[in-house]
Design a protein around this ligand. Structure first.
Ligand SMILES: Cc1cc2nc3c(=O)[nH]c(=O)nc-3n(C[C@H](O)[C@H](O)[C@H](O)COP(=O)(O)OP(=O)(O)OC[C@H]3O[C@@H](n4cnc5c(N)ncnc54)[C@H](O)[C@@H]3O)c2cc1C
Length: 390
């Protein structure tokens, strides 16, 4: 067991930090207010070779691992972007990159991986439906056989990054529930063009993560060609889970970086701000303890996330570690950013100190991409051996 990063890993983290520092907090504040996609930032990330870090070298990636990707997301998030940086990595190198690299056809890999890695195209992923949230196996979107391909009908909700994406990874039923033995059968993944006849979307007003819009998506007789299937027809469920567990790793890394940034802002302020008797407020234990408690939780999440990433990179099961890390990170970061806001008093409420953005954004990850309760259900069954409660 070796807890030390290699020299190469330290340098990758340092490179990411430098890229992030070129943008800084004001850049993100302006984009948040404008509800605009961070295109320039993503271009810089891709030009520095950071998007493709865990993707195959023959398509322009670096062929390194998920641990390097976690370090990059932590550093970029801590430099100003906050937890939404995790989502940017989620939609592109994970939903686009990992799904194609693991399950795509050779033609998909040749055509799309270099374009995702260079930042030429963006991706998104459509699983959630209005009547099937946490219970993903209830999805109704259906791809019916049509000529050599399929015809897609249905509705999705909360799909992130649609407006800036060229490709959408869609999860649909390809066999009716009554025609399969288990509900986990009969699901498939497709990679379709966002701007295709019959596919429409409308943006949802929301609390935070404003730089990445989230949309309702409608499929009305959308034609999908035979070569747009990703992975196994009717056998997509377990392949999708393999993709989604890597999503947890970048989510956690984004939260760890966001908390690191919030602690830095709070500590800088607490060392300077004097209220009673000329002593800086940072000398009070009432200010120190909540921040120290959250720091401890976030560091545990970071370590568990690195373990999940290392297991993934060695081809070993990593679902428990990825979910445990995400659970603790979402709580630790939300609480930590809340304590950071409290440290700044009224100024924590001001846009100019950036904490309110970090606070709004981090709140999302207590219920997405998987909720705390569903992770606890998973741990109760998988790790404790308790019966299924739902
Ligand atoms: C901003 C945003 C971006 C998103 N981006 C995407 C995206 O890009 N692609 C995509 O496919 N989806 C996306 N989602 C959807 C997200 O993954 C879901 O919101 C999440 O999985 C929870 O589903 P739900 O909202 O339907 O909640 P529900 O499933 O309705 O759950 C509501 C509450 O009930 C609890 N609950 C439900 N079942 C149980 C149970 N058995 N035991 C205990 N508690 C339970 C949940 O934990 C939750 O607290 C996004 C959501 C948001 C808000």
């Amino acid at each position: 067991m070796d807890f030390l990063l290699t020299e190469e890993q330290r340098m990758i983290g340092e490179t990411a930090r430098k890229v992030g520092d070129r943008f800084g907090l004001e850049y993100w504040r302006e984009l948040d207010a404008a509800k605009a996609f961070p295109g320039e930032f993503w271009k810089a990330v891709c030009e520095a070779g950071l998007c493709g870090v865990a993707l195959p070298t023959e398509y322009g990636g670096s062929g390194l691992g998920m641990i390097e990707m976690a370090l990059i997301v932590e550093a970029l998030s801590a430099s100003g972007g906050g937890s939404t940086v995790g989502q940017l990595f989620m939609i592109n190198p994970i939903f686009g990159g990992v799904s194609i690299a693991k399950f795509g056809t050779p033609a998909m890999k040749r055509e799309l991986l270099p374009r995702i890695i260079s930042g030429e195209i963006n991706c998104c992923m459509a699983l959630t439906e209005p009547d099937a949230g946490s219970n993903s196996l209830e999805i109704q979107t259906f791809a019916a056989r049509h000529g050599n391909g399929w015809r897609l009908n249905g509705r999705k909700i909360w799909i992130t990054g649609v407006e800036s994406a060229e490709k959408m990874l869609v999860i649909a039923r390809t066999s009716k529930v009554q025609d399969v033995k288990r509900r986990t059968e009969g699901l498939s993944m497709f990679l379709v063009d966002v701007r295709r006849k019959g596919l429409s979307y409308s943006s949802i007003e929301k609390l935070g993560t404003n730089t990445l819009s989230s949309c309702s998506v409608f499929f009305e007789d959308v034609d999908v060609s035979g070569d747009e299937l990703v992975g196994t027809l009717d056998g997509g469920w377990y392949e999708l889970l393999d993709v989604l567990n890597t999503e947890r790793i970048v989510t956690t890394a984004g939260l760890v970086g966001a908390a690191e940034l919030a602690f830095r802002i709070a500590v800088d302020y607490a060392k300077e701000r004097r209220v009673f008797g000329g002593r800086p407020i940072g000398e009070y234990q009432g200010i120190q303890f909540p921040l120290a408690q959250s720091f401890a939780e976030v560091e545990c999440a970071r370590l568990m996330n690195h373990k999940a990433a290392s297991l993934f990179d060695r081809g070993l099961p990593y679902g428990t570690e990825a979910n445990v890390a995400k659970l603790i990170a979402s709580q630790g970061a939300s609480n930590g950013i809340e304590h950071a806001m409290q440290t700044l008093g009224g100024m924590g409420f001001a846009k100019e100190t950036h904490l309110e953005r970090l606070w709004r954004d981090a709140r999302l990850f207590r219920f997405a991409p998987i909720s705390e309760q569903m992770i606890l259900n998973f741990i109760a069954m998988q790790n404790l051996g308790l019966p299924r409660s739902y």
